[in-house]
Design a protein around this ligand. Structure first.
Ligand code: AMP
Length: 284
């Protein structure tokens, strides 16, 4: 695996790949790689000739007081895992390389960013869309792999690519979970043993909501109430939001329509750690 830490280096390398008639798969990450990230690399490897994984903890998407400094950065281990999963390029810029001066330009997606993660973390998505646009501009035409774990982020990135005609095909990949249902996340390492034991409550709430819909419930508010109640039954967890939404618009429908997919989303705090999870369900 080739490790490149400059923007010019990555661009030259990937331009050469395309000039050779080979395709590029891009996997943007903040590192601290786990099996969720590796599943994106595996998916990219199956569909693209060359897979480039990017590892950059993007300060722009952290608010003051969030975990930017504490965010885990096990770079040697990441490089080993990425190579083993099938990446042939790793892009590991530092902050000065990515932002030689404070950015005066921000990419903002209206609407989709105002709720859920965007409501709790107001500048977060602008940081994501700005850095992802930079990565797409540096990497050039490619397929880019994102996890459904961050479902709202995936929707926002898809919309940005469509609106700005970015030469990128966005590919969404399923959530990888622990055996007890907890979605893998680089932030799970922050959990105390007690918090870790409580954390699968998010997934339990989602599954209970999905079961309700599958049993005939058509009122999203009733499903949200059950998800909230299950989350509330775990004393260590504090609900941020529970939602039942149309997966495309991210709006809550007045009633769930038979034959249409819905997305159940949940976020909760366990101590200082915020966890996210979501689940798709087809309304019968
Ligand atoms: P991050 O390093 O947290 O920015 O995540 C990088 C990419 O990995 C994003 O597209 C995430 O949605 C994806 N990802 C993170 N956790 C998982 C997971 N458990 N399953 C699938 N994809 C994931």
């Amino acid at each position: 695996m080739e490790v490149v830490s400059t923007k010019a280096g990555l661009r030259t390398l990937l331009d050469a790949v395309r000039a050779d008639g080979r395709s590029v798969g891009l996997v943007p990450t903040m590192g601290a790689l786990h099996a969720g990230h590796l599943s994106l690399i595996t998916a990219a490897e199956a569909e693209c000739d060359v897979v480039a994984v990017t590892i950059f903890v993007n300060p722009l998407q952290f608010a003051v007081g969030e975990d930017l400094d504490a965010y885990p950065r096990p770079i040697e281990r990441d490089l080993e895992l990425a190579a083993r999963a099938g990446a042939s390029v790793a892009f590991t810029p530092d902050t000065v390389e990515m932002y030689p001066r404070p950015t005066a330009t921000t990419v903002h997606v209206e609407g989709l960013t105002s709720t859920m993660e965007g409501a709790t973390r107001p500048s977060h998505f602008d940081g994501v869309t700005t850095v992802v646009t930079k990565l797409f501009t540096i990497a050039g035409p490619c397929r880019a792999y994102f996890g459904e774990k961050d479902f709202q982020q995936l929707s926002v990135v898809r919309r940005m690519v469509a609106d700005l005609d970015q030469p990128v095909t966005v590919v969404g990949c399923p959530i990888v979970r622990e055996d007890d249902g907890l979605a893998l996340s680089s932030r799970n390492v922050y959990l105390s043993p007690e918090q870790r034991a409580a954390a699968p409550v998010l997934n339990r709430a989602l599954r209970a909501g999905a079961a309700l819909i599958e049993a005939g419930q058509r009122d999203p508010a009733a499903v949200v109430a059950v998800m909230g109640a299950i989350l509330g039954s775990e004393p260590l967890a504090v609900l941020d939001y529970a939602e039942v939404l149309d997966p495309d618009s991210l709006l809550r429908p007045a009633a769930l329509e038979p034959g249409r997919p819905a997305r159940l989303l949940i976020a909760a705090g366990l101590g200082a750690t915020r966890l996210l999870d979501n689940l798709g369900v087809l309304t019968p």
